[in-house]
Ligand binder design. Structure first.
Ligand code: FES
Length: 158
């Protein structure tokens, strides 16, 4: 059986929304604690708090590229509030699945989006329930249940 399904391969071969928005309303970078790869997300947000554009650049693997391509497609047209609900599980589901060892790559997209929204909220004086207690610099988050076998939340395998 092929390691990657057709949807993942298609987004990897023809990634959507690659690049960087000039003068973005929100900008977020996230580095994976698992593999050290990096993701940059930039957002344009209109006066109704709707994400009108999202772009990504990544120093990451094919799964990170496919995840970011899918994630940026998903959040375009969403309100900022709704976009905060897009989890890596949702991204993986929309991709039709990723191999278990590659799940952490989808976290790059989720966290970079959250960091970009955090930046938008900070620079535009907005508050969102989805960002309550969120620390953009934390490698692990409140829901992290890391033990000696790693963190199932962020996929950090020791
Ligand atoms: Fe680093 Fe996929 S993002 S291995």
């Amino acid at each position: 059986m092929a390691l990657y399904n057709d949807t993942v391969m298609e987004h990897f071969m023809n990634p959507r929304n690659v690049g960087e928005i000039e003068n973005p309303d929100g900008k977020g970078v996230y580095g994976s604690p698992v593999c050290g790869d990096m993701m940059l997300i930039t957002l344009s947000v209109d006066e109704n708090e709707v994400i009108t554009d999202a772009k990504f650049k990544t120093f990451g693997c094919g799964s990170a590229i496919a995840s970011s391509s899918m994630a940026t497609e998903l959040i375009k047209g969403m309100t900022v509030e709704k976009a905060l609900e897009v989890s890596n599980e949702k991204i993986v589901e929309e991709l039709g699945g990723l191999p278990a060892v590659k799940i952490h790559c989808s976290m790059l997209a989720e966290h970079a989006i959250k960091n970009a929204i955090y930046d938008y909220a900070k620079t535009h004086g907005k508050e969102y329930a989805g960002l309550e207690g969120y620390d953009p610099d934390a490698e692990h988050h409140d829901d992290c249940d890391e033990d000696e076998s790693g963190c199932s939340g962020c996929g950090n395998v020791q």
